[in-house]
Write a protein that binds this ligand. Structure first.
Ligand code: HEM
Length: 402
């Protein structure tokens, strides 16, 4: 690894230290000043370069010299890759031409037309969850955001109601920050793999309208998804679809409840909900880091040289608050003139589920604020707890009263 000369300014950033975990926006604003690419170490000891500035992150996301394929990594770059290899065959581990092939096979299921068909079901789920908001208080995360996001992605994949409890348990285990969670996580991944493989076998004999059935039938000339690709893609969809969407619902409701003028405009119909969601994707992106990339060849970011095979993390949450790209970046402002946030990524790997995520978040937020005109926070915003994660920006709870 080519290290920058050690100095006070290039000291390893505390990516995994408590300061950045507890205050990512403040922490990243300091890191952006320190250099274009900073060397740090993951909790399991893997060396990694952290890229924090908007222009570098945007360029990096579309740079063909940055690969998602583990095979590109040097052994130190590979260190710490903890996913079992049976779950590897998905889009976020692939480069062209494999990526093009797989994305072409799954993309038709995510067209705006196909996603639009889910609108009545998403609305119905939202209404049913809000019908239970009866005692003048609720927790937006556990009573609306998490059950809605999990319910929709399970509907989309065609997971039966009776199997959903296992899904919730597995995903909670995988999200757990507990230091002793590694063994439980390995077991949860194994169980999920077994479950998804069984579900695919079952679906082959009972094809339905769901996305998994569509992926099983997907054809591109003589090509189709292999068994390993079907399992890994279902896993990615479940994962990418659940946490991020639930967190975006929470982050959006919090942004609105702490900015009453913009909330009033939304309620009165003078503000389009899609603008609110876009500004939250910039201001408080649920997906803090893009998937790790590996340099295929030596690359230069500003004055920093990164050698072939080294691991790179690009911070979306940091890029989205870079003052070089967004004026007054810490202010939540739905009327800001700049566009181009990176909350859904950029380029070939741009979020496949963006239309679905938007549909869910828009319906959940709009229905909530319209049905409960006196909705307000039950705790001051600075008392709310956030997941202790360097990947996901999500609230542990969002207590509200009305
Ligand atoms: C608010 C919710 C969501 C956010 C913030 C989000 C964010 C992202 C980001 C940043 C990427 C790019 C990662 C990279 O380049 O390294 C991505 C990719 C992806 N997302 Fe999402 N996502 C969300 C919801 C969803 C949903 C609902 C699904 C599917 C049901 C989904 C499926 C995917 C897939 C399959 C990819 C990989 C695409 C590819 O590599 O071609 N996401 N997402």
């Amino acid at each position: 690894m080519t290290r920058p000369e050690p100095s006070a300014d290039t000291a390893e950033p505390e990516l995994f230290g408590t300061a950045l975990l507890h205050d990512p926006h403040g922490g990243y604003s300091r890191l952006r000043e320190q250099g274009p690419a900073l060397r740090t170490t993951t909790p399991d000891g893997a060396p990694v370069w952290l890229v924090t500035r908007y222009a570098d992150v945007r360029a990096g996301l579309t740079d063909p010299r940055l690969s998602l394929n583990k095979a590109t990594a040097t052994s130190s770059g590979q260190h710490g890759a903890s996913m079992p290899s049976e779950l590897d065959a998905h889009l976020l581990n692939m480069d062209p031409p494999d990526h093009n092939r797989l994305r072409r096979l799954v993309a038709p299921a995510f067209t705006p037309r196909n996603i639009g068909r889910l609108r009545p079901a998403v609305q119905q789920r939202t209404d049913a969850l809000l019908d239970r908001f009866q005692d003048g208080s609720a927790d937006v995360m556990s009573d609306l955001a998490a059950p809605l996001a999990l319910g929709v992605i399970c509907d989309v994949l065609g997971v039966a109601e009776e199997d959903r409890r296992d899904f919730r348990t597995w995903t909670n285990t995988l999200r757990s920050p507990a230091p002793d969670a590694a063994r439980a996580s390995r077991q949860a991944l194994k169980d999920m793999h077994g479950f998804l493989a069984g579900l695919i076998t079952y679906k082959r004999s009972q094809l339905g309208e769901d996305l998994l059935s569509q992926m099983i039938c997907a054809r591109d000339h003589d090509d189709r998804l292999s068994e390993a690709e079907l399992v890994a893609m279902s896993f990615l969809l479940l994962f990418a679809g659940y946490d991020n969407t639930a967190n975006l619902i929470g982050n959006t409701v919090l942004a609105l409840l702490t900015h009453p003028d913009q909330l009033n405009s939304l309620r009165s119909g003078t503000l389009d909900v899609s603008r609110v969601v876009d500004e939250v994707l910039r201001w408080n992106s649920p997906s803090m880091l893009a998937s790790r990339r590996f340099a295929r060849e030596a690359i230069q970011i500003g004055d920093v040289r990164i050698a072939a095979g080294e691991r790179i993390w690009m911070s979306l949450v940091s890029a989205n608050r870079d003052p070089q790209a967004f004026g007054d970046p810490g202010t939540f402002n739905v009327d800001r003139p700049e566009s181009g946030h990176l909350g859904f990524g950029q380029g070939l790997h741009f979020c496949l589920g963006a239309a679905l995520a938007r549909l869910e978040v828009e319906i959940a937020v709009l229905t909530l604020v319209r049905r409960f005109p006196s909705l307000r926070l039950a705790a001051t915003a600075d008392r709310l707890g956030w997941c202790e994660s360097f990947r996901n920006r999500g609230l542990l709870g969002l207590p509200v009263v009305w």
